[in-house]
Design a protein around this ligand. Structure first.
Ligand code: EPZ
Length: 425
């Protein structure tokens, strides 16, 4: 497990290109098994979660290779439609092979994904939807393993009680090669769901309603080879916005998906940051003390994204007044609070309604802190940039799940940040 050492105090300046999107890459890598041929994915981030999804592709019998950030997949042959327990335990997103393998092979054996530090993260919506599409589900090994099978996936009306990103994606994946039409009501509208639809349409799928809460997928006989360029990662982009804001910097971010970050940009502008768009780039700078935000509630897209909650908490810990955050998506996504308190942050939790009340301080001070999840870890690195002195973020491997190289990127903006050994302090 690696750690990150940050020496705070540098105002971030310069220019940085945003990497490709993790949360678009993962479902699209699963989707490649629907095509008995080749897929070329450009702008694919080389991150642990992507490497993990590729490992599963190879376990399934596919061939892959990298050229820079271009991933080549040959999914002509699937030798065994099963995803190992170890693979699913390591990464919850492996569950996206459920819909993809049912679509390709009409069967799949896959372990039940466990929860993680941010919540239990069940898959009932996924399984209920598959059952409505003529799929039989057997629970093996005391509910640890699921074996699903069908002689034909039949399209149906799917009503999601919550606009779950993963459940929406699994239904799309199962419906792409099905018989008939699947209509998804209360579908997730996240840009990464739309990106999956973009990829599948390029490969020959028939999908309508992209970006809305009502999607329609008409099954086709087969998909064909496709070359696809992934969108930039909106959460990595948002993270770097907060790093520039927290250090009162002035920098340019290129290949920046402003269109997918409207709620985050709106909140940052309310803190007093200036954010100027030009083509695919933004200039962000903050010259005066950050201002508090009365209330931020995390919501499904297009609301404020839960994946930006920890990073925004870091920024508001420095604001001139009291701010309130309500985490509405996951039941335990305040792991950073105890870590930020070690750095001098003033945060009160009202667990009853998942509320964090922040009283801003002028300065944080360095400390040894622990990353509990990918976004929380990134938010602690941002806190270290704004703090006086040295911060060590332990358990930084979790950050590498979603950030190609956070030290490389932030150093390019002048940050004093580097990886160091785990027991550094
Ligand atoms: C996706 O996770 C993202 N992951 C998450 O990003 C993101 O936080 C989340 O969507 C919400 O936007 C990827 O795209 C790989 P959900 P997902 O299904 O699909 C409950 C990151 O940092 N739920 O929309 O797992 C669930 O417990 C990660 O990149 C059920 O109850 O999220 C949660 O409370 C973290 N039953 C809520 O819905 C189900 O069957 C939202 O989950 C499914 C979900």
């Amino acid at each position: 497990m690696s750690s990150i050492e940050v020496i705070g105090g540098e105002q971030l300046k310069g220019e940085l290109k945003i990497q490709g999107s993790k949360n678009a890459a993962l479902p699209i890598i699963a989707a490649t098994v629907l095509n008995k041929g080749a897929t070329i994915l450009k702008n694919c981030p080389k991150i642990l979660d992507v490497l993990h999804m590729i490992k599963i592709l190879e376990e399934l019998g596919c061939k892959t290779k990298w050229e820079g950030n271009t991933l080549f997949v040959d999914s002509s042959v699937i030798t065994s439609p099963s995803v190992s327990e170890e693979s699913v335990r390591k990464m919850r997103s492996s569950i996206l092979y459920l819909g993809a393998l049912l679509g390709r092979c009409h069967e799949v054996t896959i372990a039940y994904p466990g929860g993680c530090s941010i919540g239990k993260r069940p898959i009932d919506y996924h399984l209920n939807a598959m059952a409505k599409m003529n799929v039989t589900e057997e629970f093996l090994k005391e509910g640890e393993i699921i074996h699903c099978s069908t002689n034909e996936i039949i399209g149906n009306d799917i009503f999601l009680e919550f606009p779950s990103v993963g459940a929406t994606q699994n239904v799309i994946l199962a419906a792409a090669l099905s018989k008939g039409i699947t209509r998804i009501f209360n579908a997730a509208r996240e840009p990464e769901v739309t990106e999956l639809c973009n990829y599948l349409q390029e490969a020959g799928a028939k999908i309508s309603g992209k970006g809305t809460a009502y999607l329609q997928v008409e099954g086709v006989k087969e998909l064909h080879d496709v070359t696809f360029t992934l969108m930039p990662d909106r959460i990595v982009a948002g993270t770097y916005l907060t790093a520039i804001a927290a250090t009162y910097g002035d920098a340019i971010l290129t290949d920046f998906p402003a269109w997918a970050l409207d709620s985050v940009i709106r909140v940052l502008k309310k803190t007093g940051c200036r954010i100027e768009n030009f083509e695919n780039n933004v200039r962000v700078y903050c010259k005066k003390r950050l201002q508090p935000i009365e209330l931020i509630k995390t919501q499904p897209y297009p609301g404020f994204p839960t994946d930006m909650q920890s990073q925004m908490m870091t920024v508001l810990c420095l604001a001139d007044g009291e701010s309130t955050i309500m985490e509405e998506i996951f039941e335990s996504r305040y792991q950073n609070v105890k870590e930020l308190r070690k750095m001098g942050a003033k945060i009160r939790l009202e667990a009853s309604d998942n509320k964090a009340i922040l009283t801003g301080v002028k300065k944080l001070h360095g400390a040894v802190v622990t990353s509990h999840d990918l976004r929380g870890g990134a938010a602690l690195a941002v806190a270290g940039l704004a703090a006086e002195g040295k911060t060590i973020v332990q358990g930084a491997t979790s950050i590498e799940r979603g950030y190609e190289d956070i030290c490389r990127d932030l150093s390019a903006l002048g940050a004093n940040i580097r990886y160091c050994s785990e027991n550094a302090s």
